[in-house]
Write a protein that binds this ligand. Sequence first.
Ligand SMILES: [Zn+2]
Length: 405
Amino acid sequence: MIQQDDIRTDMGAPENPTSYESFELEAAEGERSEWNEYTVRRGDRLSALWTNDWDLPRATLYRLLNDKDNARVLNRVRDGQRVEWQTDEEGYLTRLRIWTSRTEGTEWQREEDGWDFTRDTVENQGEISHLVITARVDGSISAALAQRQELSGRAAGALAVLLDRHLPVRARARTGDTFTLLVEQEMLPGEDEPHQLRLLAFDYQGEQLNTTAARHTNGRFYTPDGEGLLPPFDRRPFAGNYRISSPFDTRRRHPVTGRVAPHHGTDFAMPIGTPILAPADGRVTRVDSHPVAGRFLVIEHGQGYTTRYLHLSRSLVRPGQTVERGDRIALSGNTGRSTGPHLHYELHVNGRPVDAMRAELPESDSLTGEELKRFKEISSTLLAEVKQSGETRRVAMTPFSDMAM
Ligand SMILES: [Zn+2]
């Protein structure tokens, strides 16, 4: 068992940007909470999303649905709609926005001292523009982007992070590789730095890798044929059956102090020395020790998926190494602040810890049927732009969120 905040202090910035789906450039320190974002998919049910994917208390949804006018909006959430929300430190909803178009939506805000919500319409004043950027890797992707005059330094840095996350994890950029990106940027009135950047498609041609991919409404990237870039995932990172000694729980209260002490992982009781296996292909980004976490390691799987393993006795991998699903990556242990031999396992999606035992995991992340047809409709426009290489240029295009609706 471990408290997330304890690790954070030493680990510095989380490995993932706050929302990589739409990388927010201005993370104003302290004064504003992070917005979480989700685009509703075909077949989604609000009640299931609410508790399983967004990890919000069911009681809050019931409270909102009690009001007839609220229910009218909430019960009509459909495919392609964008939902944004914020929570307080204890994981309770404070703000919720449901967009009916790119520019218009409904916002609920929790009252200062209570559990009731006020409802309002909300407008997005941002101006959307699209940019096609072609560059040649020179040492690194970020160095290549930093040379583009069309991009501010911050925008170039953010885009490099985005591209790196969407490329298949086992790929490596090499000097001389070329790539073309289609980027959507949103400017707020009176500001000269983009407020949000969204990568819509890319074409990467290199020594080790040739990939063309476009964004789908679920926020993941797929090749023109609908093959996902996210590797398949196992539910548990070990062979055999070990008991869950403490489940994922963001609102868990400390048994003694009563203070909220979120548990952002799943604990499995297991003997010291049990082999830990990579649940999916990935790249090891961190192997380290911490007074609370003990010996730990972090693996990035691409597309915003990251896993963490705490209280290990030994790591069998080193930072920078690529691993395949099923590879032995570590031996479990009892290091750090731990009350007995166990593995603490975390899954993060787009920078947020999620319940690895309940989250939807890609088995083979390929689109089929209606979903594939829909992807092809939307992506053909995006892919045409990145396939037409040449100079960096502005293009006139419908905002992605409008295409998706
Ligand atoms: Zn734990």
